[in-house]
Design a protein around this ligand. Structure first.
Ligand code: AP5
Length: 193
C-alpha cells in the first residue's frame, strides 16, 4: 500500500538545538493557521505519561541522542491523522533528524512540500539554550547534554539537507525572531495566501 493521500502542505522545520524552530513555528501557526507537531514535545508528553516506554525515551533524550525511528514516527503519524480533517497544513518541527527518518515519513505519511532550515552558529545555539535553561525545566538543557545534542545534530544534518536540497530553504536565524520570520514569510506566503 502506498502513502495515504494528504491533500494539505507538509512543512518540515529543521535546525540545530535552540536554533528557534519552536519560536518560528509559533509565528507560522499564528499567521497561517497550521497544525504544529513537534517531535520533541510529542516525546516529552510520552515521558510525562510515566509509561515504561517513556522512561526509556527519557534516558535517551538526557544523553542527547536520537530515540528509535519508529517510536517518533508512530507518535507523529497518530497526531497527523488525528488532526487531518481540520488541518490547513502541517508543521513538522524537529523531524526528520536523519535521512532515513525522512524516507520513512514520505513512505508512510506523505511527501514533504517545503523544508524550512533554521540556521544559527553553534555559539549562538549554546548561548540560547543556556539562557533558556534557567526557566525551561528541561532535563536536556544543561551544558553536558547540550554538547551531545549538538554532536548528534552535526552527525546527521548534512545528509538530511543534501537529500532534500531542492526543497530546502535556508533561513538565517541569527537576527531577532521577527526578522527571522520575515524570511520565512517570503517562502510561505506564496503557498498559503
Ligand atoms: P527537541 O525538543 O526537538 O529539541 P531541540 O531540537 O534540541 O530544539 P529545542 O526545542 O531545544 O530548540 P528550538 O530550535 O525549538 O528553539 P526554541 O525556539 O525553543 O528534541 C529534544 C530531544 O528529543 C532530542 O535531543 C532527541 O533526543 C529527541 N528527539 C526529538 N525529535 C527527534 C527525532 N525526530 N528523532 C529522534 N529523536 C528525537 O528557542 C530556543 C531559545 O532561544 C528560546 O529561549 C528562545 O526564546 C530563544 N530564541 C529563539 N529564536 C531566537 C532569536 N532569533 N533570537 C534570540 N533568541 C531566540
Amino acid at each position: 500500500m502506498g502513502a495515504p493521500k494528504i491533500q494539505v502542505p507538509i512543512i518540515w522545520v529543521l535546525g540545530g538545538p535552540g536554533s528557534g524552530k519552536g519560536t518560528q513555528c509559533d509565528k507560522m501557526v499564528a499567521k497561517y493557521g497550521l497544525v504544529h507537531l513537534s517531535s520533541g514535545d510529542l516525546l516529552r508528553n510520552e515521558v510525562s505519561s510515566g509509561s515504561k516506554r517513556g522512561k526509556e525515551l527519557s534516558e535517551i533524550m538526557e544523553r542527547g541522542e536520537l530515540v528509535p525511528r519508529q517510536v517518533v514516527l508512530d507518535l507523529l503519524k497518530e497526531a497527523i491523522f488525528t488532526n487531518l480533517a481540520n488541518a490547513r497544513g502541517f508543521l513538522i518541527d524537529g523531524y526528520p533528524r536523519e535521512k532515513e527518518q525522512g524516507e520513512l515519513f514520505e513512505q508512510q505519511i506523505g511527501a514533504v512540500t517545503i523544508v524550512i532550515y533554521v540556521d544559527a552558529s553553534d555559539e549562538t545555539l549554546v548561548k540560547r539554550l543556556l539562557g533558556r535553561a534557567a526557566t525551561s525545566g528541561r532535563a536536556d538543557d544543561n551544558e553536558e547534554t547540550i554538547k551531545k545534542r549538538l554532536h548528534t545534530f552535526h552527525t546527521h544534518n548534512d545528509a538530511v539537507l543534501n537529500a532534500y536540497a531542492s526543497k530546502t530553504r535556508r533561513i538565517d536565524s541569527e537576527p531577532a525572531p521577527d526578522v527571522v520570520f520575515k524570511q520565512i514569510e517570503a517562502h510561505l506566503d506564496p503557498i498559503f495566501q
